[in-house]
Ligand binder design. Structure first.
Ligand code: AHG
Ligand code: MN
Ligand code: MN
Length: 331
């Protein structure tokens, strides 16, 4: 039998690869692992408890918020605040970033951004949801509280990113810029165990993922590319949880698109909480991620915490193909 490698063990082992690492990043990833286990427990219980349903609130970008979103948000904030391993967080569910006071005399040099529960419209029907996170080194003076500039860094500046998928099993996938690894939660021992080592995305795949219901609202070049995917007999899969859709593509190859529509002229997905962390992971696995304006997602300037972005992400050859369609058909 192969020896089990737990997430904590793996993170500590990897820390040794960074000669000047202070252990803060290691601690942060562990905090997120703990929060993920707590959220997982609640997601699993959601069908049984009266936690379901729409809370009397809207998130900062005007979308409907489900109660479990708030729960996941609170747990992540709690886990990240208690250890003092980060000096601030920004969440899709909060209008502003939240500075975290130092614990003892420890001044952390990292900030964390996250979408606590992605695909929350799936909760009530028992379909997969996820958590997405990204970690940046702060830009502001370490002696004071974190500042907005710490969160408005380009995705390319990220030092780590990951997601948790609460699906048929619960998986945590993360990168610190040296490849991507996946861990499956073994509920019998309550540990994330290394299950997918050095994940590589296939150059092409048989899947495309887009909300095709908006077809008529897409620009002509996007419609031509979607027609092309259909001509190739690619299989359409769209869960409505970006984490779940990207997870399939990461393992089986394909392309995920969320272009601009009339309702969302700049795209719907959030650059800071969704597009950048997932782009970092996909790029680390050998994939590509660009906007419909054909810029690398990770290079898009960030001016607002809740900025939206268009995205085409997935297998490298398929993203390049989408790029050439846009160049050919753009009016
Ligand atoms: P969230 O639940 O965090 O608001 O995110 C939902 C996002 C994303 O996960 C998904 O891909 C997309 O919204 C679905 O949007 P449409 O319903 O417009 O297709
Ligand atoms: Mn989301
Ligand atoms: Mn969300």
């Amino acid at each position: 039998m192969n020896r089990i490698v737990t997430l904590d063990e793996f993170i500590i082992k990897r820390q040794k690869d960074f000669p000047f690492a202070s252990g803060e990043l290691t601690g942060l990833l562990r905090d997120i692992g703990v929060a993920a286990k707590i959220v997982n427990r609640e997601v699993n219980k959601a069908g049984l408890l009266n936690i379901l349903g729409v809370a009397d609130a809207h998130n900062a970008t005007g979308d409907e918020v489900q109660k479990l979103d708030l729960y996941a948000n609170d747990k992540l904030i709690d886990c990240l605040s208690n250890s003092g391993e980060c000096c601030g967080i920004a969440s899709e569910e909060n209008e502003d970033f939240i500075p975290i006071p130092p614990v003892g005399n420890k001044q952390s040099k990292y900030v964390v951004v996250f979408d606590p529960l992605d695909g929350s419209s799936n909760i009530n029907v028992n379909v997969s949801v996820g958590t997405i996170f990204g970690i940046y080194r702060r830009k502001s003076e370490a002696s004071g509280p974190c500042q907005l500039e710490d969160f408005l860094q380009k995705g390319a500046e990220m030092v780590a990113a990951g997601y948790v998928l609460y699906g048929t099993s619960t998986l945590l996938v993360y990168t610190t810029g040296r490849g991507v690894n996946g861990f499956t939660l073994d509920p019998t021992i309550g540990e994330f165990c290394l299950s997918h080592k050095d994940i590589r995305i296939p150059a092409r795949g048989n899947y495309y993922s887009v909300n095709q219901g908006y077809y008529l609202k897409f620009d002509v070049e996007m419609r031509r590319f979607i027609d092309h995917c259909s001509d190739l007999n690619l299989r359409l899969r769209y869960i409505g949880s970006m984490v779940s859709d990207i997870h399939r593509i990461l393992f089986q190859g394909g392309i995920f698109l969320y272009p601009n529509t009339r309702k969302y002229p700049f795209g719907k997905l959030r650059l800071v909480y969704e597009c950048n962390p997932l782009s970092f992971i996909v790029e680390q696995a050998g994939g590509h991620a660009i906007t419909c304006e054909l810029d690398r997602v990770l290079d898009v300037p960030v001016s607002d915490l809740h900025q939206r972005a268009t995205i085409a992400i997935g297998s490298p050859d398929m993203v390049e193909e989408m790029k050439s369609f846009v160049q050919r058909y753009r009016i």
